[in-house]
Ligand binder design. Structure first.
Ligand SMILES: Nc1ncnc2c1ncn2[C@@H]1O[C@H](COP(=O)(O)OP(=O)(O)OP(=O)(O)O)[C@@H](O)[C@H]1O
Ligand SMILES: [Mg+2]
Length: 400
């Protein structure tokens, strides 16, 4: 009898692998050539150029939709400047942090500190007041006459942290240069949330946005070129059908031209093709990959819902195509079953609108003639997906 584990291992050993190097498709990989971003590369380089003459570059804000090459371009420019600086011995420090990786402002500042060579004794990983961390950073820059460019990628995460803790750290950062007698500090903020400025203190906007660069969206054709280039390095020759590339580009380029999504899609499609022992990636594999990724996204959205939102979803599931009133009574029953106090009707209505926005349910106003009208909600996703997403929630295990 065949053994399922051995079968798979055999197939993997002898079987077709069409992905030559998957790291090349990972979003952290830096490709040799950056296509379609000539203007943006020039703009970023121009903005940071003064550092080579030991002048202070202006603070800079970089904007653009997700997957438009912001991180790629910035990291490449930094790397090239760094290379030149190393040869010359200038006291220049280029520091990159991603505020998504940091859960606290303290961590972000320590990450900055470590990259300008402040050790644990000079800047402990915890325990100081933020203002003191800040002083130590500035002292180091001042004492060693450092010229520092501090890049904060995905700065919108930091902006949200700041909002929660009420510290005006962003303001301090953008104005830090004014406190230095020697050396300099410039800030580069990168964001894909075009509305994030609305939540910032106007003083921060004016100093952070001394200069602004906007990354335009890629079109389908450009996404296709980026894909082809990367496929050449990552896949075996002729193992990706042109139809697959076209579908990938169409799916990822349709909205705002997200290169990351295109690369994720082709990798996933490649994995599906390999698993099916196919020696080519077809458009069918890409569609399958897209569907899988979509499901995964819905699943993680559902998993992240707070308990009562999950209960509301289950209430809709139990009473298919139902009115707000019916959903509310079904919800109340579920609350009893799991032993939780119910929220008000008003709050549940509010939740229904929120879930509606995420596309998981749709609400329709149904006229009831002389009785006025009511809103009915239907699920837009399979009940299997919901069960799958909730099955690990201990409170819900019995009802799911
Ligand atoms: N012009 C390009 N040429 C080659 N590869 C590109 C290009 N633009 C983007 N990519 C690739 O697409 C992926 C996403 O790019 P990047 O991470 O720079 O996007 P981003 O604008 O920083 O997105 P986000 O706002 O979501 O962080 C990366 O794998 C990157 O290498
Ligand atoms: Mg990025």
């Amino acid at each position: 009898m065949s053994d399922p584990i051995d079968d798979l291992l055999d197939a993997a050993e002898s079987g077709k692998s069409i992905i030559k190097n998957r790291d090349i498709l990972h979003f952290t990989y830096i490709p040799e050539k950056i296509q379609h971003r000539k203007t943006e590369q020039e703009q970023v380089t121009q903005a940071l150029l003064p550092i080579l003459k030991q002048h202070r570059p202006s603070n800079l804000l970089v904007y653009g939709e997700p997957g438009t090459g912001k991180t790629l371009v910035i990291r490449t420019v930094l790397r090239k400047i760094q290379k030149r600086v190393e040869k010359s011995n200038f006291p220049i420090k280029l520091v990159y942090t991603n505020s998504k990786d940091e859960t606290a402002i303290y961590g972000l500042l320590v990450s900055l500190g470590r990259q300008i060579d402040l050790n644990e004794a000079e800047l402990p990983g915890n325990g100081l007041a933020i203002s003191e961390v800040f002083n130590r950073l500035l002292k180091k820059i001042d004492n060693e006459k450092l010229n520092v460019i501090f890049v904060i990628d995905e700065i919108d995460y930091l902006a949200k942290l700041v909002q929660k803790t009420g510290k005006d750290i962003l303001y301090q950062l953008t104005r830090a240069n004014e406190r230095l007698k020697q050396g300099s500090l410039s800030l580069v903020g990168v964001s894909n949330d075009l509305t994030f400025k609305e939540n910032l203190d106007p003083r921060v906007i004016s100093s952070l946005g001394e200069e602004e660069i906007v990354f335009r969206n890629y079109n389908v054709e450009q996404i296709k070129k980026i894909l082809e280039e990367r496929i050449n390095d990552a896949f075996l020759e002729n193992s990706v059908e042109i139809g697959a590339i076209n579908r990938c580009a169409a799916l990822a380029g349709g909205e705002h031209g997200d290169a990351r999504r295109a690369l994720d899609l082709i990798l996933k499609a490649g994995e599906i093709a390999e698993r099916q022992q196919s020696d080519k990636v077809t458009d069918q594999h890409v569609s399958e990959a897209s569907q899988k990724m979509e499901e995964q996204l819905v699943k993680s959205t559902l998993e992240a819902f707070p308990l009562h939102k999950k209960l509301v979803i289950l209430a809709i599931m139990r009473s298919k195509g139902s009115s707000t009133g019916e959903i509310y009574s079904s919800y109340k029953n579920l609350c009893k079953l799991v032993g939780r106090d119910e929220l008000t009707n008003r709050r549940v209505k509010q939740m229904l609108s929120e879930i509606d926005v995420s596309g998981i349910i749709t609400g329709k106003i149904i006229s009831q003639g002389s009785h006025g009208s009511t809103k009915k909600f239907t699920l837009e996703i399979a009940t299997e997906t919901i069960k799958n997403a909730f099955k690990d929630d201990l409170t819900l295990q019995d009802i799911v």
